[in-house]
Write a protein that binds this ligand. Structure first.
Ligand code: GLP
Length: 241
């Protein structure tokens, strides 16, 4: 695990976008994994800038997102599908057929999970996966549990995640209670991972994940067993290391 600390979120975002642009340069038909949340917004803005300047070309890139809420249509303003379209896909030259998120409206959720995992395999696996981390150390929507999960699966969101995400909804009761998420196994199978963490509120969980014991109760800690993780922190997130 290589840890880099940046003076601010802007510099951190430029560095994270640089990793993705380099991956696309090295392998124009690469498979990227993307995340939602407030953390990756700076990275996406910097990637859009690289696209506009002719540095990053998404025309043959394929992408898989980490997760999607169950029961939420793609057009819902809080769906992760819409988040990705608005914050990245519509602003770069990625063909519509080249990006995929789990379908939270699927009638058979287990079949959707199995199909999603198979699609990642069929694409040759993920070359570079962007990750944020939740306040409880969840990665994707892999919540603290008694054991690490494997493939894409349906997750019951914890009270703390519902609480953290209610800021995006009118009331807490509107926050979905379930999501489809890549599992810890799906994440660990990515060939390379860029973990981006910023802000003082994440300083404790950053320390736990990067320097505490590797336990399923701190899902992000598993990344220490991955052979190719680049961690990008701002000074506030790194302040307790
Ligand atoms: C969300 C997502 C995660 C994300 C995390 C942190 O619920 N499922 O992929 O990393 O929470 O979000 P934020 O970046 O807004 O702190």
């Amino acid at each position: 695990m290589t840890i880099h600390i940046y003076k601010d979120v802007d510099t951190q975002s430029q560095a994270a976008a640089g990793l993705f642009a380099a991956q696309i340069l090295q392998k124009p038909d690469c498979v990227l994994g993307f995340a939602t949340g407030s953390t990756p917004l700076g990275t996406y803005a910097a990637l859009i800038d690289l696209y506009k300047r002719g540095i990053a070309d998404f025309s043959t890139v394929r992408t898989f997102n980490l997760d999607e809420y169950v029961g939420m249509s793609r057009t819902h303003e809080q769906s992760y599908y819409r988040f990705m379209v608005e914050n990245l896909f519509d602003q770069v030259n990625i063909p519509k057929d080249n990006y995929r998120l789990p379908d939270g409206m699927a009638k058979d959720l287990n079949a959707e999970c199995a199909g999603y995992e198979r699609a990642i395999d069929d694409a040759g696996g993920i070359d570079l996966l962007l990750l944020g981390i939740g306040l409880n150390s969840h990665i994707g929507f892999n919540e603290p549990e008694a054991r690490f999960s494997d493939g894409t699966h349906v997750v019951d969101l914890t009270e703390s995640t519902i609480e953290a995400n209610k800021r995006f909804f009118a009331t807490a009761s509107e926050v979905p209670r379930q999501a489809i998420s890549m599992g810890i196994g799906s994440i660990m199978r990515a060939r390379a991972i860029a973990l981006v963490i910023n802000g003082a509120a994440k300083a404790d969980i950053t320390k736990q994940a990067l320097q505490g014991p590797v336990v399923p109760d701190v899902p992000g800690s598993i990344l220490r067993f991955h052979p190719n993780v680049t961690v990008l922190l701002d000074e506030a997130a790194a302040s307790k290391l």
